[in-house]
Design a protein. Structure first.
Length: 625
């Protein structure tokens, strides 16, 4: 066999893996704070790696797989960061993202996510052979050698489209990025409608697909068009300003429907997977004990290294918690809780990645469950009104969230490696490389975005604030437990809605329906602003149209959608740097403002272009795949 084809863990793969890990972490930091979700970076990372190696006259599929393994780790670790750490700034516990503390907590959580899933590889990938849909798709991309032909061109073009669109709206301020309106009926009813004209949201909807996108939209419809008008009418509120009051009611009450649905969904997921998780853990441990007939290509990192690594990582977690609490016994208890919950939810995330893919993993649900549990526990020891308690709940949740996010991504990448013939322990090394590289850059990226845009609700000081939906919810849950101001009624109603969705989904499963109702997708829609839900839904509808035309929506469409996201997100960060330096949010503005129909027409143009690109593979299918 060609020696070049066997290259896998080389200095080129490590350097390129570090570079793409940081770049895709930055892109997904912006996307997650903006849209409330991240998408898998494996396919665009694989395409970029193969294109670069082709220019270097290297054609090793294993090298490209090693690069995408490291690169996707950056995207996953940033999910653990943006879902939790911004809450510490928004609640005033940090003035900015403390570099070394943020880096340490994220690095520990990410490394734990890698180590916790090593014993699960054989059970979930080799023996049970779960689908791991995104892992299989990435393997197909690698084996097809998609860096040739038109596909790299589409990736570059899409990135330019996303970047230019963001420059026009978010930089030059030529148009409003949100087109919205609210109707007030007899000062007692609010009917809100709006859409964010971001191509990145369109791309997110395309990638997650029609089934998930329509459920997100249905959740948004229920929150904004059913629950909100009913709540305003039931409370006999006088409505004078539709848009402002709609956002106040949503942020203080309605979005907690999503919290209740997420908690129920997370617990239901764990309950469903108990037998499978018991099997996976048992098989994983037994596979380490049985060392007979293990080929080099089937070796994982050694068990003593896994155990020793987990024990070593326990120490910095205790020290961070001890620094804030001042009580060693409580710090030890929280560190043990973080490790146990991290292992449990990492196992859940790894298994769920095998069922629905890492992009649809219930990370938000398990993180909210963790933070709520820790907050309730700390109230017992610290009492109510304690300012440190909510922050400690967030810090524990960060470790668990980072571990679970990395675990799902790790299992997906190991499935890709299994299909293309990669060496497991070398992939696990590249996961650790990607986690470490991203961990050192996430805090500065978050500081740039926070200083330039701000997080949470739009204010006069931050009129273009990134919503940071998950982090805002984590803050509300943690502070609400200590301040006794959580809207438990809404949470209970949301839990009831989540339970009803689960029952309906079970009925669809018994009928073997192709359309399913994953409760966490609806929960995401319940707590996202409607302007995001609608744009995501349009992307999902486009995916359905492409699938109806081609028979499937994967291929260059997903690649182009990933490019749009990357281009828009990186432009958003580039625009933020001068804003941070000058302190002027309008530093890029040219003083010209176009009417609402202009961004809508431009958005429809991007929609049509993405559709044409996605169906173009029908004509070139025999040449490119």
């Amino acid at each position: 066999m060609n020696r070049n084809a066997l290259r896998e863990l080389t200095w080129q793969t490590i350097l390129l893996g570090i570079l793409l890990s940081v770049m895709l972490a930055a892109a997904n930091a912006y996307l997650g704070l903006f849209a409330g979700m991240t998408v898998s970076a494996s396919i665009p990372a694989a395409v970029m790696a193969m294109a670069i190696f082709r220019m270097m006259r290297r054609r090793s599929v294993l090298e490209a797989n090693a690069v995408q393994t490291a690169a996707s780790a950056g995207e996953s670790l940033v999910a653990g960061a943006i879902f939790t750490l911004p809450a510490l700034v928004m609640m005033g516990f940090w003035e900015q993202f403390n570099y070394w503390e943020s880096t340490l907590i994220l690095w520990v959580g990410g490394v734990l996510g890698v180590l916790f899933t090593v014993p699960l590889r054989k059970a979930l990938i080799v023996f049970q052979q779960l689908r791991f849909p995104e892992g299989i798709a990435t393997a197909e991309v690698l084996r097809a050698g998609v860096a040739k032909g038109q596909r790299v061109k589409y990736l570059v073009q899409a990135a330019m489209v996303g970047a230019i669109f963001k420059l026009m709206g978010g930089g030059l301020r030529l148009w409003d990025e949100i087109v919205e309106q609210a109707m007030v009926i007899r000062e007692k009813w609010i009917l809100y409608g709006g859409m964010n004209v971001s191509p990145a949201l369109l791309a997110v909807g395309y990638i997650v697909g029609f089934n998930i996108a329509i459920l997100i939209f249905l959740g948004g419809m229920f929150s904004w068009w059913v629950a909100m008008p009913f709540y305003v009418y039931w409370k006999d509120m006088t409505v004078l300003d539709g848009i402002d009051q709609a956002y106040v009611v949503w942020s203080t009450q309605i979005r907690y429907l999503g919290v209740g649905a997420m908690i129920v969904g997370g617990l239901w997921t764990v309950f469903q997977l108990i037998p499978a998780l018991r099997y996976a853990i048992t098989v994983g441990i037994n596979s380490f004990r049985d060392k007979t007939n293990i080929q080099q290509s089937d070796q994982d990192l050694p068990l003593p290294l896994i155990v020793g690594g987990v024990m070593a990582l326990f120490i910095p977690v205790v020290l961070v918690y001890r620094y804030h609490l001042g009580v060693m016994e409580l710090a030890l208890g929280l560190a043990v809780f973080a490790l146990v919950a991290g292992f449990l939810f990492s196992t859940v995330a790894g298994y769920m990645a095998g069922l629905v893919g890492s992009s649809n993993n219930p990370i938000s649900g398990v993180t909210i469950a963790t933070i709520l549990s820790v907050a309730l526990l700390l109230v017992v020891f610290l009492g109510t009104g304690n300012s440190v308690g909510p922050a400690m709940a967030i810090l524990v949740g960060t470790v668990v969230c980072a571990a679970a996010a990395i675990a799902g991504d790790n299992m997906q990448d190991l499935k890709t490696g299994f299909v293309v013939g990669a060496t497991p322990w070398k992939q696990q090394i590249m996961q650790l490389v990607g986690v470490t590289a991203a961990a050192f850059f996430i805090a500065p990226i978050l500081n740039i975005l926070n200083t330039s845009y701000g997080f949470g609700a739009r204010t006069p000081d931050h009129p273009f604030a990134l919503p940071a939906p998950q982090a805002t919810l984590m803050q509300s849950v943690a502070e609400g437990v200590f301040g006794h101001h959580l809207p438990w009624g809404m949470i209970i109603v949301g839990a009831g809605v989540g339970g009803g969705i689960i029952l309906l989904d079970q009925w669809l499963q018994r009928r073997k329906s192709s359309f399913r109702l994953p409760v966490l997708a609806v929960a995401v829609g319940l707590y996202l602003p409607l302007e995001l839900d609608i744009a995501i839904f349009i992307g999902g509808l486009l995916a359905w149209l492409v699938k109806h035309r081609r028979g499937r929506s994967e291929g260059v469409g997903v690649l182009a959608a990933s490019g749009i996201i990357t281009g828009e997100a990186l432009m958003g960060i580039a625009l933020a740097v001068p804003i941070m330096i000058t302190g002027n949010s309008e530093v890029w503005a040219v003083g010209v403002h176009w009417p609402h129909w202009v961004p809508l027409v431009a958005f429809m143009g991007v929609l049509y272009w993405l559709y044409r690109v996605a169906i173009s593979e029908t004509r070139h299918h025999g040449q490119t795949s």
